[in-house]
Design a protein around this ligand. Structure first.
Ligand SMILES: Cc1cc2nc3c(=O)[nH]c(=O)nc-3n(C[C@H](O)[C@H](O)[C@H](O)COP(=O)(O)O)c2cc1C
Length: 204
């Protein structure tokens, strides 16, 4: 892999504020981006996410006021709403299935199940934990999108309750973690502003 090209794609990615409404992401490219989400790491391998792709323009229009009226919501090609599972990771039939697929000895499986149960029972909020996994998937998808010239904008500026109501979600099962708008920029990206390497990296 060409390191320079990979770093260039990190510079290419920016929080795109306005997308070209006439340009659509080809199905193949969208699937490529979604695969980066599906293959993302998650704590204990629980994959506590759904990747919901909003393609209907009418639905984007309804969602926009609940998302601080941000133009990315209606101008993007695909609006990705990542929802975090909130009950399945605490249900034994779910997590047992997730561990069992790793084909480990029975004794080790039992150990995993015990440790995991203790962990999940002590969580302050399952949503708080699973939403964090969704952010990892989102980051991978945005990086992959940038590698193939697709722009994105992560969006935390939304009224969670309203978005969930519009989507008709059963919030005892899943809740909105993060929104990512995907498409093609209209304007040039502003210059990247980042703290210097030495200000954020520590070798200890
Ligand atoms: C979790 C998260 C939530 C964000 N929410 C919004 C948002 O609601 N609207 C927006 O325009 N940008 C949003 N951003 C974009 C950031 O403002 C942007 O990534 C940051 O200023 C750095 O700029 P760059 O991504 O263009 O390099 C969000 C970024 C992250 C990581």
């Amino acid at each position: 892999m060409d390191k320079k090209a990979l770093t260039d794609s990190l510079y290419f990615r920016h929080a795109c504020k306005l997308f070209d409404e006439k340009k659509r992401i080809p199905k193949d490219d969208l699937d490529f981006i979604l695969e980066a989400g599906r293959l993302s790491p998650s704590s204990f391998g629980m994959e506590p996410w759904y990747f919901n792709i909003i393609q209907k323009q009418e639905l984007k229009e309804v969602l926009r006021p609940a998302c601080w009226d941000q133009p990315q919501i209606t101008s993007c090609s695909e609006l990705l709403i990542i929802t975090a599972k909130v009950d399945a990771p605490a249900r034994r039939e779910y997590y047992e299935k997730m561990f069992a697929r790793r084909e480990m000895p029975e004794e080790m499986l039992e150990k995993y199940l015990t440790v995991y149960k203790q962990f999940i029972d002590n969580l302050h909020s399952v949503y708080g934990w699973t939403a964090r996994q969704c952010y990892i998937a989102a980051a991978n998808m945005m990086s992959y999108a940038a590698m193939i010239g697709v722009d994105s904008c992560p969006i935390e500026g939304f009224e969670k309750d309203k978005v969930e109501e519009i989507l008709g979600l059963n919030t005892t099962k899943e809740q909105v973690a993060l929104i990512v708008a995907l498409g093609y920029r209209v304007n040039e990206a502003p210059e990247k502003k980042r703290l210097a390497f030495d200000e954020v990296v520590r070798f200890l």
